[in-house]
Design a protein around this ligand. Sequence first.
Ligand code: ATP
Ligand code: MG
Length: 418
Amino acid sequence: MTEPTTIFHRYLNAPHIFRKDREILRPSYLPEKLPHRENEIEQLASIMSTAMRGGRPSNVIIFGKTGTGKTAVIKYLAREVQRTEELVEKEVLDIPDMAFIYLNCEIVNTPYGILQNIGNRFIKDFSSMIPFTGWPTEKVYNMLVSKLDESPKIVIVVLDEIDKLVYNSGDDVLYYLAKINDDMKNSKLSIIGISNDLKFMEFLDPRVRSRLSEEKMVFPPYNASELKDILEERARLAFNPGTVDEGVTAVCAALAAQEHGDARRALDLLRVAGEIAERSGDRRVTANHVYAAKDKIELDCTAETIKTLPLQSKLVLMAIIMHGEQGRNRLTTGEVYSAYAELCDFVGTKPLTQRRITDLISELDMLGIINAKVKSFGRGGRTKEIQSSVSLKDAKRILMQDSDIKEIGDYRLKQTYL
Ligand SMILES: Nc1ncnc2c1ncn2[C@@H]1O[C@H](COP(=O)(O)OP(=O)(O)OP(=O)(O)O)[C@@H](O)[C@H]1O
Ligand SMILES: [Mg+2]
């Protein structure tokens, strides 16, 4: 007698590629070791240890491209500070009172929010906490100073993604934080600012800038062999033994290193490759799963970009796709424009001028959705050669999700083009 099966059996009986906890490959997971960041950790630990000896550590600014381990290193140090505090509680260690406060400025991005968040860490009594809004910023600052200075302590404030704070609300709060030591008798505060964008420094008042960057650190991008070490460490924890082909981590590392050595990207490739293997019921993760993962991640990213385009750009893209569907791939701006104007007519919107459309074409090119090469022909004549750089079918499917233009799907261009 054959056993009854359900539609879920195939999945339930699939070999387990991941160990129980696939979170290990997600960015929120903090590993015990951070290979190839030993020097950066040492350097920061040495700066911070000044606090443990009762002095104010220098303010530090950390730069590095995305995925170079900036946040991971800081979280690692936060965990070490916590472990140190546990030793102090057990009276194994004797160091001055210390607080390590991590704020992500993508989430807390106003002067009020920053000061309130720091201040409230030092207020035990819920009823006397600084409210979320309503006080003048000056009052929040004064409260912060008085609470911090009540008893001697050293406070290290990490402002991750500090550029977001500056772009959102200028450098006021940094000015306050940089001068706070002048207003305190007992305590000291120092700042660690983190950013992947150097430009924001230009927006700072020169005094704030020089105070903030008493020490500067740059986290270099990882190369392929460093990424491979990072991945191997994680793969051992995340996958069951024998489920990952030799060479898989090297392929993920090589692909990520081709861009700019982003560990987040490398880990995403590995995780998505594992998920694809598991979903297809394969016993092992292979290099082919990694290539499939690359395509999937790129498509997800393209989909996100296309979905958020303004209507006019969507119509331009649609015009390019429709030409492509009819076998015309190297288009001039004029050809794209006529098809675009037809589509505008069809959806009942007024077409923009050809000049504006030329700009939108350049924007789409910059986003990597289309490819627009300037081509010269004879006697100084120049035109663009435009084609979609993503699969027509995928791009169209994504565009059709927009309710404003979904009727266009079955439209056929009227104009005949040579
Ligand atoms: N040396 C390392 N060892 C192990 N994992 C690492 C290492 N460096 C980075 N990672 C991992 O890579 C991912 C991205 O790192 P992280 O979040 O620290 O990047 P970041 O430099 O803060 O980037 P962004 O500028 O985008 O915020 C995280 O999952 C992190 O755990
Ligand atoms: Mg980060």
